[in-house]
Design a protein. Structure first.
Length: 209
């Protein structure tokens, strides 16, 4: 998993409430476990017209935001069914952080497991960032995970908090597999001791060479 330390990039305003995971990544495409190539279906229902052409009113189709790295969203972001494809698609597009007043629990947890930073802020502060995000090419935010700060285009800062363990994992780029691999020495020692003291568990008889 890619480490998350600091992120500077264009923030796209998406002030819609209850953006569910099917709107982020449609269920019809849940046919792959690959994490690449998913961005072409990101927000498909609202990003494209029925004929497949781009919807010019959708924020990510507007020039300043095509390369957005941050989304500023509305309440209950990521609600609906559980699917890791939703954060996968956001990451594949280039989005590394989502800021909103609240998130659905499963989506929130899936973000941390995949290197996407979800930041919860009071609605009043999200409103400030939404106004910043409407500045187009000047809608540049800098997120410093270690310090827990968001620097706005005018130089002002907002603070946020993240669970210390989740923060550590993001800073170190550790997903569940990475965390397990960090304990490789202890796991090997446990296995060796178990083989010695309980050989029958490994189909090994006492005294066997």
């Amino acid at each position: 998993m890619e480490k998350f330390t600091t992120l500077t990039g264009v923030a796209a305003p998406l002030p819609m409430v209850n953006i569910d995971t099917d709107k982020i990544f449609p269920a019809v495409y849940l046919k792959t476990i690959k994490r690449t190539g998913l961005s072409k279906h990101l927000f498909e229902e609202i990003r494209f017209r029925p004929d497949g052409s781009e919807n010019p009113d959708f924020v990510l189709n507007q020039k300043p935001y095509r390369n957005a790295k941050i989304l500023v969203g509305g309440e209950n972001f990521g609600c609906g069914s559980s699917r890791e494809h939703a954060p996968w698609a956001l990451l594949d597009y280039g989005i590394r952080a989502v800021i909103a007043p609240s998130f659905a629990d499963i989506f929130y947890n899936n973000c941390f497991k995949n290197g996407l930073l979800p930041i919860t802020l009071p609605q009043s502060e999200v409103d400030l960032l939404l106004e910043d995000a409407k500045k187009g090419a000047n809608a540049i935010l800098t997120i410093d995970l270690e310090k827990g700060t968001i620097t706005r285009p005018d130089g002002g800062t907002l603070s946020f908090t993240i669970d210390p363990f989740r923060k550590h994992c993001l800073l170190e780029g550790l997903d569940d597999i990475g965390l397990t691999e960090k304990q490789a020495g202890a796991i090997s020692a446990f296995e060796e001791e178990t083989r010695r003291s309980r050989p029958w568990l490994f189909n090994i008889t006492e005294g066997a060479s």
